[in-house]
Design a protein around this ligand. Sequence first.
Ligand SMILES: NC(=O)c1ccc[n+]([C@@H]2O[C@H](COP(=O)([O-])OP(=O)(O)OC[C@H]3O[C@@H](n4cnc5c(N)ncnc54)[C@H](OP(=O)(O)O)[C@@H]3O)[C@@H](O)[C@H]2O)c1
Length: 303
Amino acid sequence: MPVVVIGATGTVGGAVARALLKDHRFTVRAVTRTPSTDQARALAEEGAVVVAADLNDTRSLCRVMEGAAGVFLTTNFWEHLSKQREIAHGMNAVDAAVMSNVHHFIMHGSDPTGADEPKCGYMDAKAAIEVYLRETSESLPFTVVKFPFLYENITSFFKPHLISPGLYTLPIPMESVPLDIMALQDIARCVVNIFLRPKNHMFRAVSLAGERMTVQHMADHLNKLFDDRTITYVKITPPDFATFDFQGSQDIAAMFTFLQKAQPRDTRVTRRIFHSVTIFDKWAMDNRDKLLAAMRGDDDTPR
Ligand SMILES: NC(=O)c1ccc[n+]([C@@H]2O[C@H](COP(=O)([O-])OP(=O)(O)OC[C@H]3O[C@@H](n4cnc5c(N)ncnc54)[C@H](OP(=O)(O)O)[C@@H]3O)[C@@H](O)[C@H]2O)c1
């Protein structure tokens, strides 16, 4: 089954492309604007067909989708920080999939932020793309996969932050509210399974979660890994986070304002799609070295 993965050279799309390749029932067309990069070459070595297209150019997307049965789309806000651009990218991908008679379009979606709440550009963009997708759904069977907070965020953007010698905090503004979380490779496996068994997921959105826990509970799990340092949770609120001095801090803060009030996700829904979901404790043990590297500051995934 030929599947086009848009965002394949990135973190999210790369996980989906690799999960599809690992399954062996798919051929993967990995989309990039620049096929000469190390990320694109690595995908080619792992068996993907690297194809050039740009989300700004619908015709280029039609070319790479020709004869494809499936498309996975993740759009990216962080390169331009523009909700409107992310929406336009998503709409172009939907238009191209319709024109190419794709059988199943799976997009990385999101709930929108609330009407009277602070706005998160990347959440609202994905929600707007879903609205557009639903308007065209007569000609394009689709599934929207809403991601939870990734375990991997703990080794990258939300890594433990040193506050005093030997003492770290997790800079996640959830206060005492539990957070829906999951490993990226398990989310990718869910996407594969939805491509393989689409029946119950067509024309629907599915909200994934492997576990639900407070940030302090996450810190407690991480603490079992180290005897030379302590990871704790120093309360931080979304308004505190919004004052951080980098572009997009207010979008992230708005996301956590939303998540603090969001309905808990039903982890049984996720386990019906993929039963062997990795628990956070196990993921933390398996990724101890990455956590240490992140705390040393030599991880390579800052945004
Ligand atoms: N739920 C969570 O906890 C969580 C965590 C991380 C990320 N995310 C979300 O996941 C999404 C993807 O993030 P990521 O971390 O995977 O991003 P990333 O690693 O920066 O990768 C971005 C990808 O988008 C592609 N891309 C960007 N502009 C494009 C264009 N005009 N045409 C074609 N491809 C284009 C890039 O391809 P080339 O550069 O090769 O062309 C690359 O493959 C974002 O919306 C992000 O907010 C969610």
